[in-house]
Ligand binder design. Structure first.
Ligand SMILES: NC(=O)c1ccc[n+]([C@@H]2O[C@H](COP(=O)([O-])OP(=O)(O)OC[C@H]3O[C@@H](n4cnc5c(N)ncnc54)[C@H](O)[C@@H]3O)[C@@H](O)[C@H]2O)c1
Length: 253
């Protein structure tokens, strides 16, 4: 491909939160962006933000944990935008509960969206990256990968994504493809707002309490994560692979 040709990025869970900020940021970096989420109509705001700024984007409805829907979604991306060579596996759900109360369905849902979804998307897109001799995969892990009460399913999925990321880096490196993980701490989105409601706290109060535990003394915003993802997807980041970057306003390990 010529260097003037526009690269195509796929961002899952792009209707809102971190995914929406990432889609907008990658478009600002000059990428054409496929915004994928469960409901195509819900992606409209993100797509409009990008096109209003002069970028190219399409909305695609798909459940990332469903193989047939993933394949159909990527076929549409190829046809309408071109072959994707940047993938951000961001779609996510919470089904928090203590182990003894966690249902098998809630375990399967969380593992299905984060792990199966990232696997299916990566598998569907890697051939386009191999053909292009270029690829950037970024998986959304979490500080919860280090363990978090009430999140046996989510922490297992987010830790699993770190192993998945490192294996992709090893397998795909020789094709010009990097794979990295961004592991956010507390980010103000609908996901954390839902957690606040579940524990019976107002969101402002919940964020203020979280900020007291964070060295930079504030919670994160979706743009903080989009910024880190933009670094990993940059053309110049080709020697950075298999890494997990905690973006949490302070050190975690
Ligand atoms: N917010 C945080 O504090 C935080 C911290 C660490 C990691 N993360 C991770 O970052 C990612 C984005 O989180 P967020 O806070 O923006 O969440 P969010 O709930 O605001 O947005 C998640 C998006 O994913 C979509 N989605 C869910 N299941 C899907 C599926 N099966 N197929 C396609 N789309 C699906 C949702 O519809 C939603 O638009 C998630 O992977 C999350 O686990 C978030």
């Amino acid at each position: 491909m010529s260097t003037t040709e526009q690269r195509v990025a796929v961002v899952t869970g792009g209707a809102r939160g971190i995914g929406a900020a990432t889609a907008v940021r990658l478009a600002a970096e000059g990428r054409a962006v496929a915004v994928i989420d469960l409901d195509e109509a819900a992606c409209k705001d993100t797509v409009e933000k990008i096109t209003a700024a002069g970028g190219r984007a399409i909305a695609v409805g798909a459940d990332v944990s469903d193989e047939a829907q993933v394949e159909a979604a990527i076929a549409r991306v190829v046809e309408e935008l071109g072959a994707p060579t940047i993938l951000v596996n961001n779609a996510g759900v919470l089904r928090d509960n203590l182990l003894f109360k966690m249902s098998v369905a809630d375990w399967d849902t969380v593992l299905g969206v984060h792990l199966r979804g990232s696997f299916l998307m990566s598998k569907a897109i890697q051939k386009h990256m191999v053909d292009a001799g270029f690829g950037r995969i970024v998986n959304l892990s979490s500080s919860s990968a280090l363990g978090n009460r009430g999140q046996a399913n989510y922490s297992a999925a987010k830790a699993g994504l770190q192993g998945f990321t490192k294996t992709l880096a090893i397998e795909l490196g020789k094709f010009g493809i990097t794979a990295n993980a961004v592991a956010p701490g507390f980010i103000a989105t609908d996901m954390t707002a839902t957690t606040a409601a579940r524990v019976g706290m107002g969101f402002e109060e919940f964020k203020a309490a979280a900020a007291t535990q964070i060295p930079v003394a504030r919670v994160g915003e979706p743009e903080d994560i989009a910024n880190a993802i933009a670094f990993f997807t940059d053309e110049a980041a080709g020697f950075v692979s298999g890494q997990v970057l905690y973006v949490a306003g302070g050190p975690l390990d």
